[in-house]
Ligand binder design. Structure first.
Ligand code: FMN
Length: 180
């Protein structure tokens, strides 16, 4: 059983990340959620704490965090990092090492041998756009396992590829990555 950081960006699919956190915890893993500040506007980190029984983090700063360096602590702690859902913005920051929040900073501090998975979730046209495809290619080059988005009906009303895979599928991907 592993120590897992589940990081999430501000995608409408974030509601599925809570179920993923719960399923990973039920699988016996210790799961800590880290949300980008914009993700935390869509969903409360407290919900992740409730389903994982572990602290969830968003902000590295603020009086309560004085003396702490969560990005290093989380990166040393994690045996596997899964980013689900990854918005287009988060994909771009991770691909370019733009360390402007806890998720992107801890990803940079994660030791290179630790498995890192990313599940992009966005509108099909955004997903197919050249910048997003370029950024996903960069992530693959850097050793990220990019999980294939599902196809179907999107929250915006469009049909196509860009859906976050179902949590059970993401759990299977985590199991596989841990076997290697
Ligand atoms: C309700 C809502 C749903 C959104 N869903 C998505 C999404 O599924 N994928 C995406 O790339 N951006 C989505 N966006 C836009 C992102 O939230 C926006 O680009 C944001 O800056 C990304 O923040 P992050 O980089 O911290 O994830 C959504 C915005 C809102 C308000």
């Amino acid at each position: 059983m592993a120590k897992i950081v589940l990081a999430a960006g501000a995608s409408v699919a974030i509601y599925k990340a809570c179920d993923l956190a719960s399923k990973l915890a039920q699988d016996g893993h210790t799961v800590r959620a880290v949300l980008t500040p914009r993700a935390a506007k869509l969903i409360s980190p407290q919900l992740f704490e409730a389903v994982t029984g572990e602290p969830a983090a968003v902000d590295e700063f603020g009086p309560a965090r004085r003396g702490a360096m969560d990005h290093i602590e989380f990166a040393k702690w994690a045996e596997l990092l899964i980013v689900a859902p990854a918005s287009a913005g988060l994909v771009a920051r991770l691909a370019h090492g733009q360390a402007e929040d806890l998720v992107t900073t801890l990803a940079l501090a994660l030791p290179p041998e630790r498995p890192r998975l990313i599940a992009p979730a966005m509108n099909p046209t955004m997903l197919e756009s050249r910048p997003v495809q370029r950024n996903l290619a960069l992530l693959r080059e850097d050793g990220w396992r990019v999980l294939e988005p599902g196809a179907g009906h999107m929250a915006c009303g469009d049909e196509g590829s860009g859906r976050l895979p179902e949590p059970a599928e993401l759990v299977r991907a985590v199991r596989e990555a841990l076997k290697k």
